[in-house]
Design a binder for this molecule. Structure first.
Ligand code: ZN
Length: 62
């Protein structure tokens, strides 16, 4: 598993210390599942996860 952090607020994945999507620093290394969202408006997965921006997201963050 790559050393990445998942944002606890929006579930976005990042290798940095700040979430690039919502700006939160509330990040976790305890995450599972990976979803790549290219087109949030047309993705049911994105809708169910309330994702509004393209990117890579974790399905579960603890
Ligand atoms: Zn975030």
């Amino acid at each position: 598993m790559p050393r990445e952090y998942a944002c606890r607020k929006c579930k976005s994945l990042t290798s940095g210390k700040v979430c690039p999507v919502c700006g939160s620093t509330n990040l976790s290394t305890e995450w599972s599942g990976l979803v790549v969202v290219l087109n949030p408006e047309k993705s049911d997965v994105a809708r169910s996860l309330t994702i509004t921006k393209p990117g890579r997201y974790a399905l579960r963050v603890s």
